[in-house]
Ligand binder design. Sequence first.
Ligand SMILES: [Zn+2]
Length: 378
Amino acid sequence: MSLTPLISSGHQPQEKDEAGLWQSVDELEAAVRESHLIIKDEPLNAYIETVVSRVLGEHASDVRVYIVRDPSFNATMAPNGMMIVHTGLLARMRNEAQLASVLGHEAGHYLRQHSLNRWRSRRGKTDVMAFVAVGAVVASGATGENWFDLANSINDALIYSIFSYDRAQESEADAFGLKLMWESKYSPSEAPAVWGQLIGEWKASADAREKRYRKRKKAATSTHPPAEERMDYLRNAADNLAKNGANNALIDNGRDRWIKAISPWRQEFLEEQVKLNDTGASLYLIESLAADGWDGVLRYFEGDAYRLRSEEDDQARAIKAYRDAIEYTDCPPEAFKFLGYALMKNGDADEGKLHLQRYLELKPDAEDAKMVQFSLDY
Ligand SMILES: [Zn+2]
């Protein structure tokens, strides 16, 4: 496996097929840039750029990261340097080094030209007819539910070639990402940690669903070998780096920088996840993040996860979580509202109304202020 970049910084397409690939994704990128799904917040994007710059070094200026609203865990890299990062991925990162591991992996796909190689292995160098003029299609498809609708509106086969890699390429990107992490002095052990958390979440999601429907004895997706293989590989490689490396003292995981950058967005990103009502996954995620310390936002969403599921005992669990949430200064005002309603439903109208009152004090201009006031007067 070679980990030497195949392109230098400032790379431009060399041959017709590569130019065709680039033209297609350039047009997709133009549509993505205009999409309402993109988070354009300057501080958040500037922060991500600093991480890209640290991880990619001289290649950083060739990569453009777009933060797309999508609660799923995903990031993708296009051959022209467009990188898409989902808000669901950002919601799951516990520190800057974890983000760096994803950026490094995606950079591996880009610098090792995986899309182009995959295209050539499927279509050959001469099949440039597949690149139809796609601008008009993109323009008319720019209102999709997610950015992948947009991508699919261009050309299914093309998009498949650009954004799906084979296993050997994924392994190479993993190794490449780890190398970049090491060189940029991020703790390599955060790369397998991302996978460990993801696998744990899949299992928790499957377990919760199984419990819910009481179908099979064992959840069908309880193991996911490729992901576990990748985690194991990364864990071994990270251990070896740590053992043999001389620059351990300089390594950090950037936890404080990460928390500072993500804090203004955490509530919104977690809300996207909790609204999916995949309670097993949501609670697993919340508890994973809380391993670094509980706060009002995490407790609030713990309450919300139970409230939205609303199975037996979930109301009591939600009440407990909301009660915990309101002890923190960073608690969202909505915790008081939902705590209030849950208590009223539970037959504790007096205390419930106190919390509704508090909600209105904290958020007098809330959209539902009139409705809440009505419940108070009732
Ligand atoms: Zn990949």
